[in-house]
Design a protein around this ligand. Structure first.
Ligand SMILES: [Zn+2]
Length: 480
């Protein structure tokens, strides 16, 4: 909607209010009716002298005439419709927009606007189809790989904000987070009636960041949520127009919050020290800064290549073996589908990310060397428990870099030839001969929405796991 359109609308509005025809008003101000019509339709600019004459004849202030808001509810309806028909989405419908005249009733206009608004809303919703989401995820992972998962602008922004809290070392306190919010003009308010799908709500008008009253464990999540809300403000995020933009904003706020909780200078000092002692351990890093194992692992991937000259990989894998989140710049071949997406793909059973589930002692990290077609990697995995399922968090590096890490002396070693099917995806021939066609199973829904169906004979269930289960239970149960 151009300012000329609005001006024209306002002139017409006041003219009709006064009961003037185009000819009447034209005569008053000394232009022809057709010239005035062009002005009213936003097709011609009016000279200042004409504007002054119009204001006088219509008995309104010039400022009132030049006001940029629609002059009436009717004009607002017309304006919204005119904006709509100029959108690419409207053009894509291939429809000739109906001409809106004075005889078009408000009801009809409102219905047209309502219908188009709904088409618009559905189009927005459809932006996040699973395919597009997967593609956007993959592009983001590859972009971050190029950048070694390090974003210097966000680091600086985070350090500046942490600086105002007076924070010196160790874990950021809730009090310090509050001070950071205050420096941006916001109070943190805890509310137990937040919308179920919102992590936080920011009241821009009254300067308040609403957070849930508590989170598990130990309220660490609250600091993070508050910092993420501040990131939206500092980074001047607008309502995301595409799924990619949504994803990018999520990455930025998560990165920013982590960079506040584990500020660059202190984190790098800590990690350099550990490297000097050849004793890098994510669990130490986690404990020093009072964050979750996952947050510490991801933060480590931000800083390791840039400041410690260590290339590495990160995996969050569900207990079904599916990738929830993955990053690498050390050459580990992540499992991907044909489009290059890794979310929901099954990692090799011989990788640390899955071996660790079998351990009974899960309080400490599990270490192992994994031989792969791309070389040998050292890996460290911690098991965690989510809301419904268990998951594993893995940080690993190429063999040559194992020397910097605690756990390098592990004797655990596995061999993986994935993506060769023989590695762990295809059951052994004799097992297949024995069980094929002699079992039936019903698949459980996948925990994460992005995960595709995978497996063998039955969607979602691998033949290897099915046949091994049958083998385990083949002997009659003696306890009954
Ligand atoms: Zn394998």
């Amino acid at each position: 909607m151009s300012s000329l359109d609005v001006l024209g609308q306002r002139i017409r509005h006041f003219r009709q209010q006064r009961g003037f025809t185009l000819e009447d008003l034209g005569e008053h101000v000394g232009v022809t009716a057709s010239a005035l019509s062009l002005v009213e339709n936003g097709k011609r600019e009016a000279k200042v002298s004409l504007l002054n004459a119009l204001a006088e004849s219509l008995e309104v202030d010039l400022a009132e005439l030049l006001n940029q808001s629609p002059p009436s509810p009717r004009a607002a309806l017309e304006q919204r419709w005119r904006e709509s028909v100029n959108e690419p989405l409207f053009h894509s419908l291939g429809l000739q927009p109906p001409r809106i005249t004075r005889s078009t009733t408000d009801d009809v206009l409102a219905a047209l606007n309502g219908l188009y608004g709904e088409i618009h809303r559905r189009e927005q919703q459809a932006l996040a189809t699973p395919e597009e989401a997967r593609r956007a995820n993959t592009e983001q992972r590859l972009r971050m790989r190029e950048a070694n998962n390090y974003l210097p602008e966000l680091e600086t922004l985070a350090e500046d904000l942490v600086g105002v809290s007076g924070h010196q070392s160790g874990a950021i306190t809730h009090r310090e987070v509050e001070l950071m919010a205050k420096s941006l003009g916001f109070d943190i308010v805890h509310a137990n009636d937040l919308p179920k799908t919102a992590r936080s709500v920011t009241d821009l008008e009254n300067g308040r960041i609403y957070l849930p009253p508590a989170s598990i464990p130990g309220g660490h999540g609250l600091r993070s949520m508050a910092l993420q809300a501040m990131a939206h403000l500092l980074l001047k995020h607008r309502v995301p127009q595409t799924y990619e933009e949504f994803l990018q904003q999520r990455l930025e706020i998560n990165y920013f919050a982590a960079a506040c909780l584990m500020p660059r200078t202190q984190a790098v000092d800590f990690l350099r020290d550990a490297k000097k002692q050849r004793n890098i351990a994510v669990e130490d890093f986690r404990d020093a800064f009072g964050v979750t194992h996952e947050a510490a692992s991801l933060r480590f991937t931000n800083l390791a290549t840039e400041f410690l000259d260590i290339r590495l990989h990160f995996l969050r894998v569900g207990d079904d073996g599916g990738v929830y989140k993955a990053y690498e710049n050390d050459g580990l071949r992540l499992p991907t589908d044909v489009t290059g997406a890794t979310e929901g793909q099954i990692v090799c059973r011989h990788w640390s990310a899955r071996q660790a589930f079998a351990r009974t002692n899960r309080t400490t990290e599990y270490y192992q060397y994994t031989d792969t077609p791309e070389g040998t990697f050292w890996e460290s995995t911690q098991i965690g428990t989510g809301q419904a399922d268990e998951f594993s968090i893995t940080v690993g590096a190429a063999f040559d870099d194992a020397k910097w890490f605690r756990g390098r002396d592990t004797t655990e070693r596995t061999h993986s030839s994935c993506p060769e099917l023989e590695c762990c995806r295809r059951p052994e021939a004799d097992m297949t001969a024995k069980w094929s066609g002699k079992a039936w199973t019903s698949a459980r829904l996948q925990a994460h929405t992005l995960s595709p169906l995978h497996g063998g004979t039955f969607p979602g269930v691998s033949d290897v796991e099915l046949f091994e289960f049958l083998e385990r239970h083949e002997e009659p149960d003696q306890t009954h």
